[in-house]
Design a protein around this ligand. Sequence first.
Ligand SMILES: [Ca+2]
Length: 672
Amino acid sequence: MKKKQFDFRKMSFYQIWVRSFCDGNGDGIGDLYGVYDKLDYIKSLGVDGIWFSPIFPSPNADYGYDISDYKNIHPDYGTLEQFQKVLDRAHELGLKVLLDLVINHTSDEHPWFIESCKGKDNPYSDYYIWRDPLGVKIEKNLEEASEILTEKRDELEDISGFPVDQRKREKRKEKRDRNRKRIENKAEQYRPPNNWFSQFEGLAWEYKEQRGQYYLHIFARKQPDLNMDNPRVREEVKSIMRFWLDMGVDGFREDVINFISKDPRLPDGLPFVPVINGLPFYKDGPNLHRYLQEFREVALEYGAVQIGEAPFTGVKKALSYIAGKDRVLDMLIQFDTMMADCFMTEYVYHGFRLRKLKRAFSRWEYGLQGKRAGREGTSCMAWNALYLENHDHPRVVSRYGNLHFWRASATMLAASYIFQRGTPFLYQGQELGMTNIALDSIDQYLDVASKNAYHTFHLREPVEKRLRRIQISTRDSARTPVQWSPGSGAGFTSGTPWFAINPNYVRINAQDQEKKAYSVLNFYRRCLALRKSEETLLWGTYREYYPAHPKLFMYERRYKGEVILVVCSFSKKPLSWKIPRSLSRKAAAGAEAELLLSNYPRTGSGDRKDSCSKKRGACSKKMDSCLKKIDSCSKKRDSRSNESGKRHFVKMTEICSPLRPYEAQVWRLPAR
Ligand SMILES: [Ca+2]
């Protein structure tokens, strides 16, 4: 029996990485008690659901993405009962709850792996991807060949009728046995089965003496890859899904889901490509679609939503998962929009390039709109998942924004993606404009991938330069505790926080931003509310203007003849802009456009003089002074008017006055 799926397209989601979200019991670690206390806050943002990064028992080699028990809650975070409480309360508030399904790999401390290590005759033997060392494989083949030859020789001797020297035969047999033992014994000295690198640390293979074989780990050594080709493993996955769905969970975000089916030949990758040389053989593998179809059937029984994380996947491949009648996922988390300041991974940093970001945005928007998903017609078009931050990437305001124009750029970035066609995701602290942290030494960082990069690459550079590379690229920046208040422990904990709190919490925190009309927090709220209230922003088609412009990002959403135009400046200087000719021609002479939203305060209708813009060159040079000015502006004029229903109309001919630094504007254009 299939259950009807809820409409995730109208929704937006808030991602919680529990460990750093809110500590409810004072031990310095975020937990489900803290989450429970903050559910009203989450609701107040205007989101419709929560995605929890893994909350299951884990030795934390990759902070929860190495699971040692899929059907329980990490003791640091609470109990199953506490999770049920959170789930029920979230549902009362009208919030859906998604869990992270991490099934490409487990922890090496998962009982399945512990059993699997014990030997080849173990019931869990084939739960993981085990292979003989390469030398052993070759020698075993040779040995086998020589054994066959010897057998043939013995046969010939027997037939020939000559007397057989049994003693020689015995000797030959002894020699063979010795040889076999020798091969087994020196297995450890042999090369791994292929030359793949892991994405987190060193080679993708780890030798296990206990079993005399290597196991595959695409990520950390403590994250052995599951063998999804084993039907029993797939049954385990389905059982995990049912366990949480029966409890009332509404769906899953599925971790590196396009890696779960490997090319069974496990061939060598290109030798000179670091880190991802095996990618072509484990990404979008031969049986992926079939396996996802099996999981899909379980999800559909419950009407659950499935969002797949798919690194290095292009639009065309994505459509094979999220469009068409045999679609197996509802949305896909792509990585293109995370690569606007780097190559393949944040660690290979090259500075922010707006055009690269715009190309990524538009590639996915154009690629997905109008592509039919499922048989139910237009209600099932391929749908985008929109995000600028999550637990795996540094803070976006530090990457694509500008810390000298911290408030403006953080809010502008919100408008740059939330109004695109798709379901927006926010990551905890993003709604506060939290920034990257710069720790003083590599030892203070925790992320396994960052540490490995530090100790592997650019070793000839001075320590400061190598550390700077980590400060720019590390995922740890997304994992500092959420800054709730300017008080001790940033309001995150009453105890000693498990990880460094960004010292800027005294200036950047939720308590402070609640009070300010133009804070990042309140701007996110306005964006999410506007998106939900405008059909055009929900369902309209996407079109980008001026794609080659190096500082301006402009896109429209068009629905039933109405056009909403989103204009974003990525410039620290005033930026002049023009209404695209195709849009201005449509406006009748004298017609007025309506300003639906801006991240700068505004005086009455159309009057753009305010104390902030007058000094816009000087304004925001320093974050503090900018904030103060903006707040005094907004206090004077009660800028909440935007929210209290006062509407701003501007003549079409006059709307293009220069944008202030990192200004974002959302316009409803007059109908033709
Ligand atoms: Ca705690």
